[in-house]
Design a protein around this ligand. Structure first.
Ligand code: SF4
Length: 304
């Protein structure tokens, strides 16, 4: 254990804190965490983090905000406050209000990769692992899906009985992957199974064997059915996947790099500093949080 890890462990105990980390963060950050998961797994952990006074969130801002909304009585620290998600910034409350006014009969389904005000104006939140299930369950036939046009188009393919109108947002990391990038890598590893995140564009998704959230990828790998995988999502995922099946091979694309600078901002030193000095606390105005909580709790209920 490094000196930093020892000091973090002591401060965690002293402050009754828990560390939640996303699977896209640095391996050394994941090693410090009490729980590593995707957005859905982390939301569930944040909602049920009873017995702790502080949540340290290693991820990006919308995730820490989600933890604060679901556990308002806890102190939530985001060790680097500048760690944001560009996709979350592609819609705001004014744009969403305008979008809603054009389709007054539609339900608003909001990907959790969004800021708190967007969630507060939405009917239900979703993650990439439960979006299809939740859209199938809600009553409205017409859905406004925000902010990710690619996850929205994936849901539309899976739930053709609904009319899904997507906002024009996207994740710059996944949006940049072209079908040709996947085909090039497939040529080199023809026996590998291609696992792809639904944040990739529709044309690119056609080259995948399976479209899965990061949590679903980990579940599949644990089954140890395949020996070689081409992984088409942020590169941090290969660390937990390698732990899930140490004998399998995980191949990244040879002609494209899936690297989210924001997910990589937090290092162990930032976690230590945040705990030591009690800085970088996330605060969400209670009025907005109250409305956003309804959409998040509806997600947790419908995803069961
Ligand atoms: S990987 Fe994409 S969606 Fe996730 S935080 Fe980075 S930019 Fe946002």
């Amino acid at each position: 254990m490094t000196d930093t890890a020892k000091r973090i462990a002591a401060l965690k105990k002293e402050q009754n804190a828990v560390i939640l980390a996303h699977t896209y963060t640095h391996p050394e950050v994941q090693d410090l965490a009490d729980f590593v998961g995707d957005s859905y797994g982390l939301s569930k952990k944040a909602a049920s983090a009873d017995g702790y006074d502080t949540i340290i969130f290693a991820g990006v801002r919308f995730m820490a905000e989600t933890a604060k909304i679901l556990s308002p009585e806890k102190r939530v620290l985001l060790p680097v406050l500048e760690a944001g998600c560009p996709m979350a910034g592609m819609i705001d409350e004014f744009k969403l209000l305008n979008f809603k006014s054009q389709y007054p009969d539609a339900a608003v389904v909001c990907y959790v990769n969004s800021d708190v005000r967007t969630k507060a104006l939405s009917d239900v939140c979703v993650t990439s692992s439960n979006a299809v299930k939740i859209v199938r369950k809600i009553d409205e036939k017409r859905i406004l899906f925000v902010p990710d046009r690619h996850l929205g188009s994936y849901v539309a393919e899976q739930v053709p009985e609904k009319e899904i109108i997507c906002w024009n947002g996207f994740c710059p990391v996944h949006d940049a992957v072209k079908a040709a990038d996947v085909m090039e890598t497939k040529k080199l590893f023809p026996g590998a199974v291609v696992l792809m995140h639904p944040e990739c564009p529709a044309e690119t998704r056609k080259t995948a064997d399976l479209i899965l959230s990061t949590g679903q990828m980990e579940e599949l790998v644990k089954e140890k059915k395949y020996r070689q995988y081409i992984i088409v999502t942020e590169s941090g995922i290969t660390y937990p996947l390698s732990k899930a099946d140490r004998s399998a091979e995980f191949i990244e694309l040879t002609t494209a790099s899936l690297h989210c600078v924001n997910m990589k901002r937090i290092m162990p030193g930032h976690i230590l500093e945040s705990l030591e000095l009690g800085i970088h606390e996330i605060d969400v105005p209670e009025n907005t949080a109250k409305k956003a909580r309804i959409a998040l709790e509806k997600m947790l209920e419908l995803a069961k």
